[in-house]
Design a protein. Sequence first.
Length: 385
Amino acid sequence: MRVLHLCLSCFYIDKYSYQENMLPKYHKLLGYDVAIIASLVSFDENGEQMTLSESGEYINEYGIPVTRLAYKTKNRLSRLLRHYEGTLREIEEYNPDIMFVHGIQFIDVRQIIKYKRKHPATKIYIDNHSDFSNSALNWISKNIQHKILWRYYAHKVSSSVEKFYGVLPARVDFLADMYGLPRDKIELLVMGADDELVATAKSAEVRKSIREKYGINEDDFLIMTGGKIDSAKKQTLLLMEAVKGIEKQNVKLIVFGSVIDNLKTEIQTLSDGDRIQYIGWIQSNDAYAYFAAADLVVFPGRHSVFWEQVAGLGVPMIVKHWEGTTHVDVGGNCDFLYEDSVVEIQNKIQALINNPVRYEEMKRVAETKGMDMFSYRAIAEKSLS
């Protein structure tokens, strides 16, 4: 059974742990013959978005062939519409039994429709990574791009599709409310954690190594947070202040991720090199080991894929409450923040530190339920069912 992943709506980044990386990996491990067709959009060595200079083919780190497509023309419109050179030709060359399309927001959805007409037995699944926190943020984007352009193509392809997936509850709603797709054809397909990296990260040796590297004792209560720190995620600074104000000296915080220039001074000021450490950018796959070394992970800002990874690692969390992202709570593995407040963050952390019974119950739920629900092997199995 041949499965083709199309990553043409947005980026595809080698050696990362995004859903576009994990589903192909686990489809291959489940025994499928897998290939990827992707755009030229990727990340540079600092985790910043960039565009590769050339199209071409190669084999990725999982032994999966990847074909990068150039835009149809060099003008801005091709890039805006995501119109590529040779999309249908490449699909026909692979001749898939199943197509898994990552994102619906690209004009070459037309080529998927053409292929389906020629090969009606092919099954097509399309997911959605857009919601009102990352898309439709201005009038033109909302009312022209999404309500007219992408809605049109969503409806045009709908009869060819087995299922549409939203990767967050908010993204399920976006498919129904913004594009008017039928609810009975939309399901939640959560993002998750790489089972192989989870197994490695959960070892006692990895936990000890990470903690020793940063001078964290086994009896210290280690809090971890990670991700880009920018104007939309300044709440990391509040977390640093909150931990600084906790009197118990064995409560430590490690922060990793890239920081925009105008916040670097504040980050450095709040880092004391002992209880609060900012350690810079780390590789995506290394984040598993860092999160697994923590007793608690706190995400005080906007949602990122790290939320699901931590849930899949079975580590207790405190996260910002966002409508449509509360699926990471599987019955008590996490608590929510409702304000951008140093006091609230501090109170939530202290409530767990001062109540070991509650913390242990949180940890039990995280390990028994979170690790099952957010396993990418399980998610990959569900995605083609």
